[in-house]
Design a protein around this ligand. Structure first.
Ligand SMILES: Nc1ncnc2c1ncn2[C@@H]1O[C@H](COP(=O)(O)OP(=O)(O)OP(=O)(O)O)[C@@H](O)[C@H]1O
Ligand SMILES: [Mg+2]
Length: 550
């Protein structure tokens, strides 16, 4: 219940203002009325005392002679003359012994005062004016009658307080009226004040509500009539609403732009997916075409490879034939000497036979010579036949032996051209087709010989070395014929590349050598021109280096 009452006043500024101002009015008015009544009461009491004193004074002065002459009629006259005095309850003149000489109530004359208050006072022997009783009902005042410093009697007066009370009552009633008036005026005043303030506040609340429900155009007009805090608040709210509206507009524009962007994006997306589909289709088509092409290509490559293989075979045969030609020359040369030896021996036998000088010794010697020569011829044939056999299987062979064999087969072609072969050969075994290595060496040696032939002097050398370097076999064939022309040195391993005339060279020697070393021996072959010193003389020549893994 109390909570509800508190809530009732605290949930509305208007009610708070009304209650506060009204209470303030009532409070102030109550203090004022209370203070007024108190002061008025004091004033009236003092006025009553003054009244009673002056009345008593007047009776004292006029009663002196009557008291001295014991003239009670004169006193009675005096008392009677004041009996009409308003508020007078009683008035009396007493002698020193408290006997009533005159009284406003005649039946009390000649009696003695014997009430408690009177007895108390007279017993105290005081001779001075005193207030015996003062309360809301009465003021009882006594004053001595003095003549030439002689105390001759007393005047005692009782004034009732009825008028005073009436006055106070009137003032209190007026006070209540003013308090009521204060409530009414306070209420009305605070009501209009509160209404004036809250009306504008409600106006602001209304604007806020309208804004919240979507009507953003409303603005407060409170600031037009007010320059106080509410006016400022109204202006600030308007500013805030303007800002919100502006922001919303911006937001709307951004939104629109975004929507446009989204539409554009959607269009782009659609285009992209169309393009994608197109692309996919094209890719499919192209893939198919590629597949076909690939198949064709594979076939073409196969064909090409086959053709190349055939070509290589042909080249190989060609190269072999070429070296065979060389060999035939060698055979012819090597056979010339034993053949003439045989012929000489045979014709010697015939001559000795004709002249009958053929002894057994001569015949044996001649036959021995003929047999040796034929044996030599037979050996030579074997060597060449071996060389022209094609190796079927790879075998482990001594490279040194192979080099020696090759030099033996070709030696006649060097010796008749005054070419000195200088060897530095170690004993090393490798794995492969030995006749193919012979073919390579024959090619390189023949090339060197061809170049050395061109030299004018007789200082013609071929240096053949065979060494092992780490896990490789290094064969080097170096001449002093001046080296390969730098302009063509990078092309010498190309097929059909030659600087020689038709009958002297076909240009496949080094090409075949390279094929054999790289493909059949997993090795490498290269050439470089070198300047070197031999027997204190400087020479220049080509150095062909073959590297074959062990
Ligand atoms: N030792 C060398 N010194 C200088 N030039 C050389 C040497 N060896 C080869 N050449 C050059 O390299 C070229 C190619 O040699 P390659 O052996 O392949 O063919 P070719 O000797 O001309 O003909 P063939 O097919 O009869 O051997 C030669 O024509 C020559 O010009
Ligand atoms: Mg050659």
């Amino acid at each position: 219940m109390i909570n509800k009452i508190i809530a009732f006043f605290t949930t509305s500024i208007k009610r708070r203002l009304i209650i506060t101002i009204t209470f303030a009015h009532v409070f102030l008015m109550s203090i004022f009325v209370y203070d007024l009544i108190n002061k008025q009461e004091d004033f009236l009491k003092k006025q009553n005392i003054e009244q009673v004193k002056s009345l008593s004074n007047m009776i004292e002065r006029n009663s002196i002679s009557w008291v001295l002459s014991n003239d009670f009629l004169g006193l009675e006259e005096l008392i009677y003359s004041i009996s009409k005095y308003p508020n007078l309850e009683y008035a009396m003149v007493l002698n020193k012994e408290a006997k009533v000489l005159a009284h406003s109530q005649k039946e009390l004359v000649n009696l003695y005062l014997a009430d408690d208050i009177s007895l108390d006072f007279f017993n105290s022997q005081k001779i001075e004016p005193s207030i015996l009783v003062q309360n809301d009902a009465i003021i009882d005042y006594i004053s001595p009658i003095i003549m030439e410093n002689q105390h001759i009697g007393w005047v005692r007066i009782g004034l009732n307080q009825d008028l005073t009370l009436q006055n106070l009552k009137n003032i209190f009633q007026e006070g209540l009226f003013f308090i009521f008036l204060a409530i009414v005026i306070g209420y009305l005043f605070s009501y209009f004040l509160a209404k004036n303030i809250t009306k504008d506040l409600y106006d602001l609340i209304k604007i806020a509500n309208q804004t919240a429900t979507g009507d953003k155009k409303q603005r407060s007009k409170v600031y037009l009539n007010r320059k106080d805090e509410l006016g400022i608040l109204s202006k600030e709210i308007n500013k805030m609403l303007d800002k919100i509206e502006e922001d919303e507009k911006k937001l709307e524009i951004t939104n629109m732009q975004l929507e446009n962007d989204i539409v554009e994006l959607e269009i782009l997306d659609k285009k992209l997916s169309e393009l994608n589909q197109d692309l996919e289709k094209k890719v499919e088509e192209k893939t198919y075409e590629l597949k076909l092409l690939n198949e064709n290509l594979e076939k073409e490559i196969e064909d090409e490879v086959e053709q190349n293989r055939q070509k290589d075979n042909m080249l190989f045969q060609q190269s072999k034939m070429a070296s065979m030609g060389e060999m035939m020359e060698n055979i012819a040369h090597q056979w010339r000497q034993p053949l003439s030896f045989i012929s000489t021996s045979a014709s010697g036998i015939r001559l000795h036979k004709e002249f009958n000088t053929l002894s057994d010794e001569l015949l044996d010697e001649a036959i021995e010579n003929i047999m040796n020569s034929t044996q030599f011829l037979s050996n030579t044939i074997d060597d060449f036949r071996d060389f022209y056999k094609t190796d079927k299987v790879k075998s482990k062979f001594n490279v040194k032996e192979i080099i020696e064999k090759t030099l033996k087969l070709t030696s006649s072609r060097f010796t008749n051209r005054a070419i000195k072969v200088i060897k530095d050969i170690d004993e090393i075994f490798i794995f492969g087709f030995e006749n193919e290595l012979i073919q390579v060496l024959v090619n390189i040696l023949n090339n060197a010989r061809d170049e050395l032939e061109k030299l004018p002097n007789d200082e013609r050398f071929i240096f053949v070395t065979l060494k092992q370097k780490e896990d490789k076999v290094i064969i080097s064939v170096k001449d002093n014929a001046g080296g390969v022309n730098e302009k063509i040195i990078n092309r010498v391993f190309e097929p059909y590349f030659t600087t020689k005339s038709d009958e002297k060279g076909t240009g496949i020697g080094l090409y075949m050598s390279n094929e054999i070393i790289t493909k059949h021996f997993n090795g490498k072959i290269h050439v470089q021109n070198e300047v070197f010193i031999h027997q204190q003389k400087e020479y220049k020549g080509a150095n062909f280096v073959i590297e074959v893994p062990l």
